[in-house]
Ligand binder design. Structure first.
Ligand code: NAP
Length: 293
């Protein structure tokens, strides 16, 4: 399978190792030989076939996995414009929503498969010392949107031969799953980033009073695109408690002075709400506060 992975971070390294036999091209800003540390502490070394964004990458590519954070999407889009053909099947693994708006065109809907992963990985690098490392925190499931693209079959066969927990679902199911995850992210991520607290502590904070209006406003927006969700507040609270010691990715971004993914989470909800004429004052306030932060 001729595969490229856009991104060189935690998830990109995980899937770079998973598909190592296919010699994936990994595209990004920098990456060296990296160490992968499993949950049981077993360690392996991987030598990526690495290229920078601006380097030529003539295909034909059968499969492209996009594993950048949201601020890297413009570069990913430019790369796709240059190097992707109609026969390429493109999977996005980013959190948040807006992948279709960001990537179609240059892609067509039938070649784009937005996916949701419960794999969890965390990188700890020291580029000055040429140290690149990723620790696997959890092996979960990757759920992908079925598109009937010809090379979807290629990836399915490869995932089956590698015994991966990769599942393809119809677009209605995936849209609901993505909205459910979006609502959870739109509560837990910004509230943890604003408070500096891990997920489990959030429920004890006065700030948690925002969780209910955040859920209700987002449910209204989901309804406007045909996704009927209710009772998400309880689900989000249970999720925060079941991941009590986790620091959300947005809190980690803030602590490491990196741009956050707020534009594909709260920003997406606000943009959709504006289009549909639905008031989302709590999300607007949160968006403003995270931008200030
Ligand atoms: N890690 C997980 O366990 C996990 C689980 C589920 C979903 N996700 C989602 O998967 C996506 C990737 O996450 P990750 O954990 O792999 O992130 P990560 O380790 O921070 O890696 C992000 C990648 O995006 C690139 N990037 C970020 N901003 C960029 C910019 N402005 N221009 C160019 N490149 C940029 C980074 O490049 P540099 O390295 O050069 O900065 C890196 O290659 C995110 O949407 C995340 O929310 C992650």
């Amino acid at each position: 399978m001729k595969i490229a992975i856009l991104g060189t971070g935690s998830l990109a390294r995980l899937y770079g190792a998973v598909f190592e036999a296919d010699h994936p091209l990994m595209v990004g800003r920098q990456l060296g030989r990296y160490q992968l540390i499993e949950r049981d502490d077993t360690q392996s070394w991987h030598v990526p076939r690495f290229q920078r964004w601006e380097d030529p990458a003539p295909g034909p590519w059968q499969v492209v996995l996009i594993a950048v954070k949201w601020p890297g999407m413009p570069l990913a889009r430019q790369w796709l414009e240059r190097w992707v053909q109609a026969e390429t099947y493109v999977v996005t693994l980013l959190n948040g929503m807006g992948q279709e708006q960001a990537l179609v065109p240059p892609l067509t809907m039938s070649q784009l498969s937005p996916a949701v992963t419960t794999d969890a990985a965390f990188r700890s690098d020291n580029p000055a010392q040429d140290i690149w490392r990723v620790s696997i925190k959890d092996h979960g499931t990757v759920r992908l949107t079925e598109t009937s693209h010809a090379n979807e079959q290629t990836l399915k066969q490869q995932a089956a031969s590698l015994n991966l927990c990769w599942e393809w679902h119809q677009s209605d199911y995936m849209l609901r799953l993505r909205w459910t995850k979006l609502i959870a992210n739109s509560v837990i991520n910004p509230l943890s980033a604003l408070s500096g607290q891990p997920n489990g502590t959030l429920l004890q904070l006065p700030l948690w009073r925002l969780a209910e209006p955040l859920c209700l406003e987002a449910e209204n927006v989901a309804q406007s695109v045909g996704v009927s969700l209710n009772g998400t507040l309880k689900w989000v609270a249970d999720l925060a408690l079941s991941t009590a010691s986790n620091r959300s990715s947005m809190l980690q971004d803030v602590l490491s002075h990196q741009p956050s993914e707020i534009e594909s989470i709260t920003g997406y909800i606000v943009r959709q709400a504006n289009q549909a004429g639905i008031p989302v004052p709590t999300h607007q306030a949160i968006l403003h506060l995270i931008h200030l932060l």
